[in-house]
Design a protein. Structure first.
Length: 85
């Protein structure tokens, strides 16, 4: 299992377009990918669940990735977050 934290830097937070891109990136992998924010933990592969978190700039999230392609998934998700959010 790989876990890492990320702080949202986009002034708009996670809105529909980046959320859809994040879900698309996550669903490309077989690994289980979850996002934890405060007391909620959701699948990064579910758009409605991701949007329900209401993530804004400066919010800190924790990603957990577990599965056969977890290393590749973690690398791509880290890159995505740094470039887009």
């Amino acid at each position: 299992m790989i876990q890492f934290e990320y702080t949202i830097t986009d002034p708009l937070g996670i809105h529909a377009r980046p959320a859809a891109e994040l879900v698309k990136t996550a669903t490309a992998y077989r690994s289980s990918i979850s996002i934890q924010y405060r007391d909620k933990e959701i699948s990064a592969k579910k758009m409605i669940a991701l949007m329900s978190l209401g993530l804004k700039q400066s919010d800190k999230i924790k990603l957990s990735i577990q599965g056969e392609d977890e290393i590749e998934a973690a690398e791509e998700l880290k890159h995505f977050l740094q470039e887009k959010l």
